[in-house]
Design a protein around this ligand. Structure first.
Ligand SMILES: [Zn+2]
Length: 105
């Protein structure tokens, strides 16, 4: 299981942030609906609580590079997409983090 913010599985996510309301992000290719709680690792948690968007984006970008070979255009799109999603998420509002139930996905 990976952190929904940075995309890393090490450290594993141990926190869960529920959204106050659902939101939709539209791109040229797709419409993404976000309603489920976000799994979050120990490192991202304080960044999420303090809404430190740029630090989260930097971590997310590194997580992506570890996992996939993306060309420059794809990386740019990923960064743009992450930024849009996290900004929308912060606008929608997050509840206080609760410990993630083991065994849920
Ligand atoms: Zn994380």
């Amino acid at each position: 299981m990976r952190c929904d913010f940075c995309g890393h599985d090490n450290p594993p996510p141990v926190w869960s942030f529920a959204q106050k309301k659902g939101f939709t992000v539209v791109t040229e290719l797709d419409t993404h609906r976000f309603e489920a709680p976000w799994a979050c690792c120990e490192i991202c948690k304080p960044l999420v609580v303090k809404r430190q968007l740029h630090l989260i984006l930097a971590r997310a970008q590194r997580g992506m590079l570890d996992g996939e070979m993306l060309n420059r255009q794809e990386r740019r799109f990923q960064r743009w997409f992450h930024k849009k999603v996290f900004q929308s998420l912060f606008n929608a509002g997050l509840k206080d983090p609760v410990p993630l139930e083991p065994g849920t996905d």
